[in-house]
Design a protein around this ligand. Sequence first.
Ligand code: SF4
Ligand code: SF4
Ligand code: SF4
Length: 328
Amino acid sequence: MFRKETMEMIEQELRAKVKALLKEGKVKLVLGYQKGSLPFNATPTIVEDEASAERLIFDFSCGPGLAKYLLRKNIHSPGQKTGIIAKGCDARAVIQYIAEKQLRREDIVIIGVPCQGVIDPNRVRKKIPDKEIVGYAIDGDKFIIRLRDDSVVSLNREEVIARACLRCVYPDALDADIFITQPRKDVEHVNRYNEIMEFEKMGSDERWNYFENEFSRCIRCYACRNACPMCYCEECFVDKTDPQWFGKGTGLSDTMLFHIVRILHVTGRCLDCGLCERVCPMSIDLGLLNGKMNKEVKERFNYIPGLDPERPPALATFDEGDRQEFIL
Ligand code: SF4
Ligand code: SF4
Ligand code: SF4
C-alpha cells in the first residue's frame, strides 16, 4: 500500500537536491519541514544554506501547509527565487496563487515530494483516548503508535491518515520543477463526490439541521481560516470593526454567518486539502461543506481550482453560457 521508497531514501534525495539548488544559487531559500516537538506535527522551516538543509524531513507528519508562507513579504518577494517542498495540495495552492496573480511562476521552484497522505492527530487520539502518544513507526501497511507507558497500538492507514488525504486526487505535485523520486501515474482514490451525493439525498431542512448541529460546536477560534491557503486577505471580514458585519460571539446565528461567508469566499478556490478540517479543535465537518461547493463549481463551470495557472477562478469570470437559473 505504501510506496516502495523509504522515508530515508526520500529525505536523502530531498536534502541533496535542496543543497544543490542553494549551492548553485538557483534559490535564495527553500520552505520545507523539520522534525516537530510533537510526534504527529512536523514544523515548517526555512532553509537558506547547505548546512541547514540537513534538518529537512518529509514524512507523514508534514501536515502543515507551506504555500501560504510564500505570500509573506518578509519571506518571499517578486523577483526572488524561492523553493517550496510541495505535496500535491501545496503545489495546487501555488498554482492557484499564480492564477490569482499573487505569485509569479518564474519566481517559484516547486520541489515535488511523493505524498502518501498526512496523519490527522485528532483521528488517532479518538482511537487512543487518554493515553500520551510519544511516536510512531511504519510496519508494512500499518502505523505502530508508541505510548508513554511503552505499549504500542497498531492502526490501519485508513484510521490514521486525514480524511482529505484518503480521497485526494492529486497527491503528487503538479507542475513540479524537480520531483523527489518519481510522481505516480496510478493514484488510487475514492470518488470524492460519493459522500456529497449521499448528503444531497437529504432534504433541505435535514441538511440545514446537520450544519446547524455541526457549527453549534464552533468556538470561533479561526484556526480553519488561519490554516487555509486560500484565506489570505490582509484584513479578514470577521476582524473588521467598521463596518462590523456581525457579532464576534459564539451565538449560532453569528457563527453560521461566519461559516457561510467564509465558504462563499473560498468557493471556486478551495483545494479540498482538508487543512481547515484537520486543525479544527472541535472536529467540525468542514470537508462536507467544502466538498459540496466544489462539486457545484465543477458541475456548473467545469472548474477545479489549483490545476491551471492561466485560468482565473470560476467566480471571478462571467460567461454568457453560465447557468443562471437562480436569477431568473
Ligand atoms: S491532500 Fe493530498 S497532497 Fe495534500 S497532504 Fe493529503 S494526500 Fe497529500
Ligand atoms: S477551505 Fe479547507 S479544504 Fe479548502 S483550501 Fe481552505 S483549508 Fe483547504
Ligand atoms: S477551527 Fe473549528 S472551532 Fe475554530 S473557527 Fe474553525 S470551525 Fe470553528
